[in-house]
Write a protein that binds this ligand. Structure first.
Ligand code: LLP
Length: 442
């Protein structure tokens, strides 16, 4: 069970109780909706910890591996605390993510900073906090980082982010490793970067190479191809520059199961392919096994998350679709409108009822494109029903907005019948908190 959580649509603790209500983490979802209001993000701690354990177990045969949770998938203080407790480090891409992990008390040596345009202030913050690694993305950043490190009299351990030229079959917007990408050094630029680090940028310590090919990946081969390229580069760099780099970061990307049509490999499957690939190439080329960093985001947190909504108005278009509107939508989950992402939903208070109506679940936002689920089979829906949408742990809250000046939902953590708020619902005061009316307008 633990090994394949990313292949499940629902959290591992999902059940139907004696009154026909859905439960997650031992909590009745209808009761959660009553207590905390909707929309509500619900995170199942057992599912989250289960995935972490499966990563640790799946890689237990390879001594040199480090997991860096890609915070961009969902970064809050409580989630950070759990991941830290599960022995994960963190991939951060902004001062906000870095600040969150820092304030949660994470050992800064377990942090890696990624991004194609980190600001000078962010680089300074990273150096001041003495984080573990910075993945340098381009020539300007190499020069800037060296200058800041020099001023601060610090040495900085870096990886070079490269673009391996691998196209994975995922949505164009979430592919990153193909050649014409905004991320990383082109393969042809690696030597120049290494040469600069060796001969000019004395405050930078090159530790290894980093690549990330994309997200929601369903093919293990993508990782094998990437590893082959990275190890070939290590060997080439050793020959040409006489530096033996000891680390490769292969990024994140493992897919999850949003609907029955998605068939991602399990954590165990990708672990076996990754380890096999690293060992084979290293042995063939007589190169020592490197330390492997992995940066999974979606596969860690997606399945643990469920969003609850309350059903409101309905509309039957004559000769058209039947729309059922809920109290959330594109502001708490922009993925359907951004990527045509599909989800699976159930009605928390009608879990045992037959699904004999075809409906389109519309969000509440003022855009026709704000559709959460298109033409799905549901039991007959009435105002007040609680709709739960599965697999919303990753890239939902983290990409949420206050569109239409709505408040961002609360988030609760559930475990063994207990529920705890981990993000407060925004209030109307929060909505205007940063507004300023210049005195000349008063
Ligand atoms: N490492 C790097 C350098 C990345 O750019 C990403 C994701 C990850 C790791 C984590 O990838 P994951 O394991 O989560 O697939 N907003 C999009 C996903 C964007 C992913 C961006 N980079 C979505 O909602 O599908």
């Amino acid at each position: 069970m633990k090994d394949n959580i990313n292949q499940l649509i629902k959290p591992i603790t999902t059940t139907v109780n004696s009154i026909g209500h859905l439960e997650i983490g031992g909590c009745d979802l209808v009761e959660l909706a009553k207590e905390y209001k909707t929309p509500l993000y619900v995170i199942d701690e057992a599912t989250l910890r289960g995935v972490c354990k499966s990563y640790r177990e799946a890689f237990s045969d390879y001594e040199h591996v480090k997991f860096l949770y890609a915070s961009k998938a969902l970064c809050t203080s409580a989630i950070t605390k759990i991941l830290d407790d599960e022995e994960f480090g963190f991939d951060v891409v902004s001062d906000g993510e870095l600040y969150t992990v820092y304030r949660t008390g994470v050992d800064m040596k377990k942090i890696l900073f990624n991004g194609n345009n980190k600001s000078v202030d962010e680089l300074k913050m990273a150096i001041d906090l003495e984080i573990g690694r910075i993945s340098v993305d381009n020539f300007l950043e190499l020069a800037t980082l060296d200058k800041i490190a020099d001023l601060k009299k610090k040495k900085v351990d870096i990886l070079l982010r490269i673009t391996p030229g691998i196209e994975c079959h995922t949505h164009e917007y979430i592919q990153t490793g193909h050649l014409d990408s905004k991320f990383g050094f082109d393969m042809m630029q690696i030597d120049m970067a290494v040469d600069l680090i060796q001969n000019q940028y004395k405050n930078l310590n090159l530790k290894g190479l980093h690549a990330h090919t994309g997200s929601q990946i369903f093919e293990t081969k993508v990782y094998c191809d990437e590893i082959e390229i990275l190890i070939n580069e290590l060997v080439r760099i050793k020959k040409k520059f006489n530096i033996e780099l000891k680390e490769i970061n292969i990024g994140g990307g493992l897919g999850v199961r949003y609907t029955i049509h998605d068939n991602p490999p399990s954590v165990h499957d990708i672990a076996a392919s990754i380890i096999n690939s690293v060992k084979t190439h290293c042995e063939e080329l007589n190169y020592p096994y490197p330390l492997i960093y992995l940066e999974p985001g979606r596969s860690i947190i997606s399945t643990a998350g469920t969003t609850l909504y309350t059903v409101g108005s309905k509309k039957q278009v004559p000769n058209g679709r039947k729309y059922v509107s809920v109290d959330g939508g594109m502001a708490d989950n922009p993925r359907p409108s951004l990527y045509q992402a599909e989800y699976t939903a159930q009605v928390a208070n009608k879990a045992n009822k037959d699904k004999n109506e075809k409906v389109t679940i519309a969000g509440r936002y003022c855009e026709s494109g704000d559709i959460l689920l298109n033409e799905i089979k549901m039991p007959k829906l009435e105002a007040g029903d609680i709709l739960c949408v599965y697999n919303t742990g990753a890239y939902n809250y983290s990409m949420s907005s206050n569109y239409n000046r709505t408040s961002k939902p609360a988030m609760v953590l559930v475990n063994s019948g207990q529920s705890d708020i981990i993000v407060n619902r925004e209030t109307l005061e929060d909505i205007i908190r940063n507004d300023v009316i210049p005195s000349r307008l008063r």
